[in-house]
Every structure is written in structure tokens, then in C-alpha cells.
Design a protein. Structure first.
Length: 251
């Protein structure tokens, strides 16, 4: 495919079968993680977790990068933390920031259930807890998957606390920033009536009681632009899953 057009798959059925085939030909996640993910899918707000295929991709990415220390902003029930734990190995470390105490507790119980011993969860507003972090060693990879309105602030904080030459910093030189949901079902790029998700999103926001806000799309656009224009970051926005923004800190 030479043009920037989605001509690879003819329809959603074919695309789904291709993704399932690709997942079957990718490195398999440990069975306890797969079982835990299946449990999450039976619970309320299961859509907040990543898919197992995305988990395969993130695990591969972390291992290619040689990551041993991962910071996760937004933990939910801990599945992605478990994936990072698997990727960094028993000598690695995963630190998660989670706003809701009930999700943090669910994640800790999940760690115990699956046998994860190298992951921790810090409870609080990530805008504050991220700014307060002062790790002995910088992280190799930072995964952002929390409230979308906070994405620009998370990025600003990461950069501010990872200045070149600093003795203590959040992200090491050459470290990765991985941000989930940066396309929000295509709405970030196309919020017109051509996108059937536009009406659905408007209805969900008007209903209230959701983690969505009417500021989310603008915040994601601001984040994507800041990531792309930051001279210290080499970036690639990947239009898979719900959109994944990838950045490599150059200094």
C-alpha cells in the first residue's frame, strides 16, 4: 500500500479476522494475564482496559526498548501494569498512578492473584502525584492512559522533570512516551458527521456521569500537537487501537 489511504482491509469483518490472525502469530501473553483480562471484560467499564492484542504490542515495544522501569499514568484494574511487569521481567519495576482508590485496590488484588510482585500503585490525582515523583533512577518508558483532559499537563510535567543533564529525572535520555486513546475513535482527526462516532460522543457527554468531558478532544489535539512539535522528542502517531502516540526523548 503506497498511498496514505485505508485500502488494506475491505470491511470490519475482514479487518477483525486479520487482527485475530496477527494476534495468533504474535508472542503470547502468560495465561494468568489472559484469564485476568477475561475477568475484567465481565465487569463495569471494561472498555477502560487495553485489548490483549494491544498488550502484545506494548510488551514487544518495551522489550525492544530494553525497558526495566515503567511508569504508568492510569492503572484501572491493573491489567496493563501486569503486561509491563511481564515485559520488564522480575528484576524490573512498574509504578502506577491511579486516581480512584477502588481501582487501585482492585489492581493490587489482581497483582496478588496473578503473582505480580514488582508493581506498585500510588493513589491520587496524577497531575499532582506525577509532579511529586522523585525516582532514584529515571524511567525507561512512561505510559499515559488516564483522564484525557490531563494529557497536555502530563507531557509538560514529564518534559520539565526530565531536563538534559539533570541528576534526577523522570524519563531517561532515549526513553519512550506511549500515550493511548490519542485519536478517540477518530474524533480527534474528524469530528464531522462523516464520523458516526461524533453523535455517540455528544450523547454520552450530554448524559453525564461519564469520565468523558467536552474538553477531552481539544486536550488530545493539544497533546498530539505538543508531542509532534517538541524538538526534544522524535514522534510517531500510530492509528491502531484507539490511536497510540509514541515519542522518544532525544536528549
Amino acid at each position: 500500500m503506497k498511498a496514505n489511504a485505508p485500502t488494506l482491509f475491505s470491511n470490519i469483518k475482514v479487518a477483525t479476522r486479520v487482527i485475530e490472525y496477527a494476534a495468533s502469530k504474535s508472542s503470547v501473553l502468560p495465561e494468568p494475564l489472559l484469564k485476568y483480562h477475561a475477568q475484567i471484560l465481565e465487569l463495569e467499564r471494561a472498555n477502560l482496559t487495553i485489548s490483549t492484542y494491544q498488550a502484545q504490542a506494548l510488551s514487544f515495544l518495551a522489550q525492544v526498548a530494553g525497558a526495566r522501569r515503567v511508569l504508568e499514568i492510569g492503572v484501572f484494574r491493573g491489567f496493563s501494569s501486569m503486561v509491563w511487569s511481564h515485559a520488564v521481567g522480575p528484576q524490573g519495576k512498574v509504578t502506577g498512578l491511579e486516581f480512584l482508590p477502588e481501582y487501585a485496590e482492585a489492581a493490587r488484588k489482581g497483582f496478588e492473584q496473578v503473582g505480580v510482585t514488582n508493581a506498585e500503585v500510588i493513589v491520587g490525582d496524577a497531575i499532582e502525584t506525577l509532579d511529586a515523583l522523585d525516582p532514584d533512577e529515571p524511567y525507561d518508558l512512561i505510559f499515559i492512559d488516564a483522564q484525557k483532559s490531563g494529557y497536555p499537563t502530563y507531557l509538560e510535567t514529564i518534559l520539565r522533570k526530565s531536563t538534559p543533564g539533570a541528576d534526577r529525572r523522570l524519563l531517561r535520555p532515549g526513553g519512550l512516551i506511549v500515550a493511548d486513546n490519542v485519536l478517540r475513535r477518530g474524533l480527534v482527526a474528524d469530528e464531522s458527521s462523516d464520523n458516526p462516532e461524533a453523535a455517540k460522543e455528544a450523547a454520552l457527554i450530554s448524559e453525564g456521569g461519564s469520565y468523558r468531558t467536552d474538553k477531552d478532544l481539544d486536550a488530545l489535539r493539544q497533546f498530539n500537537t505538543a508531542l509532534a512539535e517538541e524538538k526534544r522528542i522524535d514522534t510517531w502517531l500510530m492509528p491502531l487501537y484507539d490511536g497510540v502516540g509514541l515519542g522518544r526523548l532525544l536528549d
